[in-house]
Write a protein that binds this ligand. Structure first.
Ligand SMILES: Nc1ncnc2c1ncn2[C@@H]1O[C@H](COP(=O)(O)OP(=O)(O)OP(=O)(O)O)[C@@H](O)[C@H]1O
Length: 268
């Protein structure tokens, strides 16, 4: 069975005949240890969506993300990114990754952490500094460009990590539990900031792993609910609520209903 996510993001995905950004057909992954992490995953994600993945620990969410990012191949099945072989797509277009841990180099200033990937891609200094300042401004950290990571709070470190990911203008942003280690207030602020950035960018697609069903409902255009290992897709649930979303959505009956719907599939 194919889990087709239909365009919800009410921004760039307005072209219904468009090639999906991510397509997975019959994807399975068996690690060398014999662990069957994924079994027959079929998924089609249009451009411009914000799709969250929820599921029990060990159901293969990170495995899917790593394969999309090119850090490991499926054992079986076919994956296409932007209609191309994944390796080709990765050469032509940027895919950025944000992890739960901000993974900043502690001895490098904020600006140097943000410019480092651009430096590795041999982008001229002037251009990378300009770009870094632009993305730092997007996450509200323009005044901290010369600070060291240890001088920042957890939320600020995560903002730097997001800025670094945005600096390459990714077509696809993979976020693996980025807000998992943050307190609830910071988490909600960053959720709003992320949605603001996603909405401004006409084309960026975000795939987001979270254990938090509330977070998944608040952020997403669709939610992929996975089963326990071996991971399969239990259901894809659309969140047909327009953007921008704000506090009124968090307290709306519709929100509770969607949370209930996802939780029911998750705990079935
Ligand atoms: N490199 C590896 N070698 C062997 N087994 C692995 C490897 N990476 C992951 N696994 C196993 O594959 C399964 C899926 O792992 P994965 O990290 O993708 O799950 P997850 O859904 O992201 O989990 P969590 O929510 O706890 O982060 C787990 O049983 C894990 O132990």
């Amino acid at each position: 069975m194919s889990s087709l996510i239909t365009a919800q993001g009410n921004k760039a995905n307005l072209n219904p005949g468009m090639t999906p950004l991510v397509e997975m057909e019959g994807i399975s992954k068996i690690y060398q240890t014999g662990t069957i992490a994924l079994q027959d995953v079929n998924l089609s994600i249009p451009e411009g969506e914000f799709v969250s993945f929820v599921g029990p620990s060990g159901c293969g969410k990170s495995t899917i993300f790593r394969m999309i990012a090119g850090l490991g191949d499926p054992t079986a099945g076919r994956m296409r990114l932007m209609g191309m072989e994944p390796a080709e797509a990765r050469k032509q277009s940027d895919i950025s990754f944000v992890f739960q841990d901000a993974t900043l180099l502690p001895w490098c200033k904020v600006i140097d952490n943000v410019t480092l990937p651009m430096e590795l891609r041999k982008i001229p200094k002037k251009e990378r500094v300009e770009k870094a300042m632009h993305v730092l401004e997007m996450v509200g950290l323009q005044d901290y460009a010369n600070a060291l990571p240890r001088q920042l709070s957890g939320g600020m470190k995560m903002r730097v990590s997001i800025a670094r990911a945005l600096a390459s203008d990714p077509k696809l942003l993979l976020m693996d539990e980025p807000f998992g280690a943050l307190d609830e207030m910071t988490r909600q602020t960053l959720q709003d900031e992320l949605l603001g950035i996603w909405q401004k960018d006409k084309k960026m697609t975000v795939l987001f792993v979270t254990h938090n069903v509330f977070e998944a409902v608040y952020l997403s255009t669709s939610i992929v609910v996975m089963t326990a290992r071996p991971g399969k897709i239990a259901s894809t649930i659309p969140v047909p609520v327009p953007f921008p979303r704000d506090e009124t959505f968090r307290t709306a009956p519709e929100f509770s209903k969607l949370v209930g719907q996802v939780s029911e599939v998750l705990h079935h």
